[in-house]
Design a protein around this ligand. Structure first.
Ligand SMILES: CC(C)(COP(=O)(O)OP(=O)(O)OC[C@H]1O[C@@H](n2cnc3c(N)ncnc32)[C@H](O)[C@@H]1OP(=O)(O)O)[C@@H](O)C(=O)NCCC(=O)NCCS
Length: 247
């Protein structure tokens, strides 16, 4: 099949699916709004205030529905990041285009629901539904997390604000993919970049504004800082229980 056909099919299918997902996601919020719009109000001003206030729950309903429907649609359609592959951008082969569709769907959710729900259990729920294998009590406070089906996090993992972590990178015009695995209780500090294929052992801490090069193996119970990361000697890194724990 020609490149033109593949690209056209990809664009059309993404457009159609996103229109459908977006439209269905609007439905609960629109119904809620319609419910308030059809009431009779003593004054026009009251009607305006009620309809204005209905915007917040209506948007919340829309954003939540978008997360669920988008994740279900990528699951049903098999839009996923292929694992351990090198995909030249120039060739525009099917695996690359499938990955593009997955990225588009994630981007739309990030845009309309991510800023509302990130760092909450609902965002963790979305990531899981969209293919990530996450343990219990995982908090992701960053919207720069991609290729969800290539992410494996243990229990109580915390991803700080502004962390870049995904299962793909682009080098010399080639998209390369590999899974990222973080053990239980791993924390990735604010603004850190985690490369593809990284594995971090349980309770490993990565400092803020650090760079974890691709395919790094980080030891359990260790603390890493810097760009690229270096391990802090155990006596330099304070043990996790060095501060009183409240609650
Ligand atoms: C890495 C980290 C856990 C280390 O904390 P700690 O064990 O208490 O260590 P200290 O703060 O005593 O620092 C030890 C040394 O590492 C250095 N260091 C600490 N964090 C660093 C970082 N992000 N980058 C570079 N160096 C760092 C300190 O300057 C210090 O060096 P020195 O001994 O030469 O003075 C902490 O500094 C950090 O970056 N936490 C990020 C938390 C975060 O972003 N969480 C996300 C959810 S909010």
């Amino acid at each position: 099949m020609s490149v033109r056909f593949r690209v056209t099919w990809t664009l059309l299918s993404v457009f159609f699916v996103e229109c459908l997902v977006f439209g269905l996601a609007m439905l609960p919020g629109a119904l809620l709004w319609e419910f308030f719009a059809l009431r009779t109000y003593p004054f026009v001003l009251v009607r305006i205030v009620v309809l204005s206030m209905a915007f917040v729950p209506a948007y919340g309903l829309f954003a939540f529905s978008l997360m669920v429907l988008s994740a279900l649609s990528t699951r049903w359609l098999g839009w996923r990041t292929p694992v351990n592959v090198d995909m030249p951008i120039k060739a525009l082969e099917w695996p690359l285009l499938c990955w593009v569709r997955y990225m588009v769907s994630v981007h739309v959710v990030r845009l309309f629901a991510g800023s509302v729900f990130r760092a909450t259990p609902l965002w963790t729920f979305y990531l899981r539904l969209n293919g990530a294998r996450l343990g219990r009590g995982v908090y992701v406070n960053s919207l720069a997390i991609n290729d969800h089906n290539l992410l494996e996090f243990g229990d109580r993992v915390v991803i700080g604000d502004g962390v870049h972590l995904s299962g793909h990178t682009v080098e010399h015009g080639v998209v390369k993919t590999a899974a990222v695995r973080l053990g239980d209780h791993v924390t990735i500090g604010l603004g850190t970049v985690v490369g593809i294929g990284v594995q971090a052992g349980a309770r490993c801490q990565v400092g803020a504004l650090s760079l974890v090069p691709k395919f790094s193996r980080l030891k359990a119970d260790a603390t890493y800082v810097g760009a690229p990361v270096r391990e802090l000697p155990p006596d330099e890194a304070r043990p996790l229980d060095s501060h009183p724990v409240i609650g």
